[in-house]
Design a protein around this ligand. Sequence first.
Ligand code: PMP
Length: 343
Amino acid sequence: MVDLNKLVRENVIKLTPYSSARDEFNGKTGVFMDANENPYGNLNRYPDPYQRELKTAISKVKAVEEEKIFLGNGSDEIIDLCFRIFCNPGVDKALIFTPTYGMYEVSASVNDIEVVKIPLNDSFQIDLKKAEPCFSDKNLKLIFICSPNNPTANSMNYQDIEYIITKFNGIVVIDEAYIDFSEKPSFIRLVNKYTNLIIMQTFSKAFGLAAVRVGMAFSNPAVVQYFNKLKPPYNISTINQKAALGKLNHIEQKKQQVFRIKKERERLSGILLKMHVIEKVYPSDSNFLLVKVKNASYIYNALVNRNIIIRNRSSMVDNCLRITIGKKSENDQLIRALKSISI
Ligand code: PMP
């Protein structure tokens, strides 16, 4: 059991958070003359700072109590808050398994936090032998595990993740942005078992709301309280809260879209495998494919010239391209374009 008070930055423990007008009174009806709002219009009132209606709906869908849920302006805000709660600038460190999602490192830099990078092994799995010696570093406060991982598309071994949670005396953040596209279980249930665990999910992928910017964190209530303490008071707009709520009220639509994307993932993967420009298609638990080619830059540019934009990930994995699964017609367009490229 980790001691949260020892992990949280001292200034964060001490700070008095901003108290908004809606913190003091949050009833729905009344004459509101407390927040210097314009009395006219539909969007004239500040949003609920704690997004209660949305959290009630998330709580039902995810079977997690409301006090264990925090919502951020995208997962990216949650990543930044993790650094600001737990890491002293210029002193503390975070560990990531590379190649992985770029924002962990960017956010660390913004907060002047050193990043320890442990490369994934040849099967894109965590190398525990390399990682474990770092756990005793007193300044190591955060470990980010992206599973399924971007850009490698695979999930990390369940036992390896649980081993890290039990052996590391800091905070383990598991980024499950792509979990809905995976057959593997989420770690969300384990927030009831481990106090040093934060699970991140998002409305940007399977829910189809990337434009809306709503990220979810699931953790123990004490960590959630620290998130609430540090966040800007009205971090999720009323429009965005409603958009996310709308998706939860039509959960069948999300399930159907995930089903279609997964079906297209298998179809596209099968076709790509047979193409001479493709050397390897890595297994995917995500809504994208990582493919190895002979000349990634050439193929990337040839596709751009045909108005098809994919991601060149060669700087992370040699000669690899990342392809997001599109609609069937878009995937067909990509296949036609690849067939027309001569190398
Ligand atoms: N985590 C991972 C692994 C991602 O790939 C992305 C976006 N590409 C995010 C988080 C960002 O999520 P959000 O849109 O909720 O900020």
